[in-house]
Design a protein around this ligand. Structure first.
Ligand code: ZN
Length: 262
């Protein structure tokens, strides 16, 4: 038997039988599955680290090729703030679904882990507006996935001082208002709002925020503000559309989040 310990966040929980539970833990070295025996019956030393969204140190052992067994551990950062608010809880579920989608076993995901941890912290402790945390995470995860938009200039005419820009989702680039008018493409998103053909309006401060969050260190990625309500809504819409279009899928947790927000 081989004993190991690792820090990580529980991003998925699946009940198994009457007493046990399978955990998926996101660690620096990728996702690991763990079997937490007895954690459903509220006993066992591993109880404290067998809850969804817990950031903790996980002690486990491997036996052959079976799923490693959780032996115990300690919670490094519980996110109690998430449990008190349905909107926050659903947002956390969506963040973890994204982390699952963008990770694999045995693959270094250090930046993803730190982004997820900071996002859960920011939402749980009301450090920043939740919808902006979500948007920043979505844009930053797009970049991690290899779809960072080119924000230097309009990709058709090269202008850097246009009055207004759109984020051209398909091309991962900016297009200015006058170039857009010269094409037959419509600024309004197509029937499928998460469609790859979407063009999302970006205000000057939205564009500045996007440039900031894509280049800032992970620990400062949420340190920006957008005070105007319409501007903020457009920015959040662009972030979600951009990431989902490039991932080519949606998430039930995201649908729940929107239904709760009304
Ligand atoms: Zn242009």
């Amino acid at each position: 038997m081989q004993h190991e310990a690792v820090d990580g966040i529980v991003i998925r929980v699946k009940d198994y039988g009457e007493h046990d539970r399978y955990l998926t833990v996101l660690t620096q070295g990728g996702r690991i599955p763990l079997l937490s025996k007895g954690s459903r019956s509220m006993r066992g030393a591993q109880m404290a680290v067998s809850q969804l969204y817990t950031y903790g140190n996980f002690e486990y052992y491997r036996k052959g090729t079976a799923v490693p067994i959780l032996k115990g551990g300690s919670a490094l950062q519980p996110f109690y703030g998430l449990a008190t608010d349905l909107e926050k809880l659903n947002l956390a579920a969506y963040f973890c679904d994204l982390a699952y989608e963008l990770s694999d076993e045995g693959e270094d995901v250090g930046e993803l882990l730190r982004l997820l941890l900071n996002a859960l912290y920011a939402v749980s402790f009301d450090r920043y507006p939740p919808e902006l945390v979500k948007a920043a995470l979505e844009f930053r995860l797009s970049a991690i996935s290899g779809y960072a938009p080119d924000l230097t200039a309009c990709h058709r005419c090269g202008s850097t001082d246009a009055a207004g820009y759109y984020l051209d989702v398909m091309n991962g680039a900016l297009i200015c208002e006058s170039c857009l008018r010269a094409t037959d493409r419509q600024p309004a998103p197509p029937e499928d709002p998460a469609g790859i053909g979407a063009l999302c309006p970006l205000s000057p401060s939205g564009l500045a925020a996007l440039r900031y969050l894509l280049s800032s260190p992970v620990e400062r990625v949420f340190s920006f503000s957008l005070s105007d309500e319409d501007e903020r809504a457009a920015f959040c819409k662009a972030a979600e559309t951009y990431l989902l279009s490039h991932l080519g899928r949606g998430f039930d947790s995201l649908d729940f989040y929107h239904s709760i927000k009304g």
